[in-house]
Design a protein around this ligand. Structure first.
Ligand code: NAD
Length: 262
C-alpha cells in the first residue's frame, strides 16, 4: 500500500533507538524526510547514517539535544522546513514508590511526558491546519489504559497528556483541516527501556533477568515482546493519507495483553 506521504517532513523526537527509531525507519521507508533527535550524538549519527542508506530519496537530519528543554525543541523545529508529521516521544520516567518522589521528580516527568508534547503540538498544529495536512502521533504507554503501580510518574504524566489531546484533537479548526492527533500505547516492546525495566524487576525479585523476561513473554497472549519495526509500521499508517478519519484515539499495541473487551 502506498501511504501517500512521500516528500512530507516529519519530526521524530527521541529517535536514535527503540520505538522512536522504529517510527523514523518506517517513515523513511515511505520516502518521508525526517528530523530525528536524541541526546547522545554518536548513537544518533549512527542511526541517521543507517536511515540514509535505507532510502537515499529521503533527507535525514540529525539534531542532538534534549527534547524536554526549550533549546532542544527549538533546534529540532528549526531543522525541519515544515512539520507535516510530528512523532512525540521522550524517555520514560523511572519506576519507584510515590512516597519517595518529591516535587522535582514530578516536574521532570511532566516536562518529558506531558508538557514537551503539548509545546510541540502548539508549535506545529496551526501550520498543519493551514496547509490542510497534519499527523501527530504521541507515543505514550499501555499504562494509560491499565496503570502499572511502580510507574506512577508515567501513569500520571501520560494521562495528563491524553486528557489534553482528547480535547484538542476534536477542535473543528484542526480536524476539519485534515489534522489528526492520536496516541500509540505500547505494551512490552523489545527495546533498551524494556531491558532496563526487566533488569530492575529481576534484581528486586532476586531472579535472573532471562527468567523474568521469559515469564513476561509467556504472560503475553502473543507469547513474545513487540518489535520496534512493527511499532513503526503502525505509526506510519497513522501518518498516512489513508488515516485521515482516524482521530483522537488511543491505540493499544500490546499483543492483546489488555484484558478488556472494549
Ligand atoms: P529506549 O530507551 O529504547 O529509547 C529511547 C530513545 O529516546 C533513545 O533514542 C534516547 O536517546 C531518546 N531519548 C530519551 N530521552 C530523550 C530526551 N529527553 N531528549 C531526546 N531524546 C531522548 O525507549 P523506548 O522503549 O523506545 O521507549 C520510548 C517511550 O515509550 C518511552 O517514553 C517509554 O517509557 C515508552 N514505553 C516503552 C515501552 C517498551 O516496552 N519499550 C512500553 C511502554 C512505554
Amino acid at each position: 500500500m502506498d501511504l501517500g506521504i512521500a516528500g512530507r517532513w516529519a519530526l521524530v523526537c527521541a529517535a536514535s533507538k527503540g520505538l522512536g527509531r522504529g517510527c523514523a525507519q518506517a517513515l523513511v521507508g515511505e520516502g518521508v524526510n525526517v528530523v530525528i533527535t536524541a541526546r547522545g550524538e554518536e548513537a544518533l549519527q549512527t542511526t541517521a547514517a543507517e536511515l540514509r542508506a535505507l532510502n537515499p530519496v529521503a533527507t535525514v537530519r540529525a539534531v542532538v539535544g534534549d527534547i524536554t528543554t526549550e533549546h532542544g525543541r527549538a533546534s529540532a523545529l528549526a531543522a525541519c522546513p515544515q512539520v507535516d508529521i510530528l512523532i512525540n516521544n521522550a524517555g520514560g520516567p523511572p519506576p519507584g514508590d510515590f512516597r519517595d518522589w518529591d516535587r522535582d521528580n514530578w516536574v521532570k516527568a511532566l516536562e518529558a511526558n506531558m508538557l514537551t508534547p503539548i509545546e510541540l503540538i502548539k508549535a506545529t498544529v496551526d501550520g498543519m491546519a493551514q496547509r490542510g495536512f497534519g499527523r501527530i502521533v504521541n507515543i505514550t504507554s499501555a499504562a494509560v489504559k491499565a496503570p502499572i503501580d511502580v510507574l506512577g510518574l508515567s501513569n500520571g504524566a501520560r494521562s495528563g497528556l491524553t486528557g489534553f489531546v482528547a480535547g484538542v484533537a476534536r477542535q473543528k479548526r484542526l480536524a476539519s483541516r485534515n489534522v489528526t492527533i492520536n496516541a500509540l500505547l505500547p505494551g512490552p516492546f523489545d527495546t533498551d527501556r524494556l531491558r532496563i525495566t526487566l533488569a530492575g524487576a529481576a534484581r528486586a525479585a532476586g531472579k535472573a533477568v532471562d527468567e523474568v523476561a521469559a515469564a513476561r513473554r509467556e504472560a503475553n497472549p502473543a507469547g513474545r515482546f513487540g518489535t520496534a519495526e512493527e511499532f513503526g509500521a503502525v505509526c506510519a499508517f497513522l501518518c498516512s493519507t489513508h488515516a485521515g478519519y482516524l482521530n483522537g484515539q488511543n491505540l493499544l499495541l500490546d499483543g492483546g495483553a489488555y484484558p478488556g473487551t472494549f
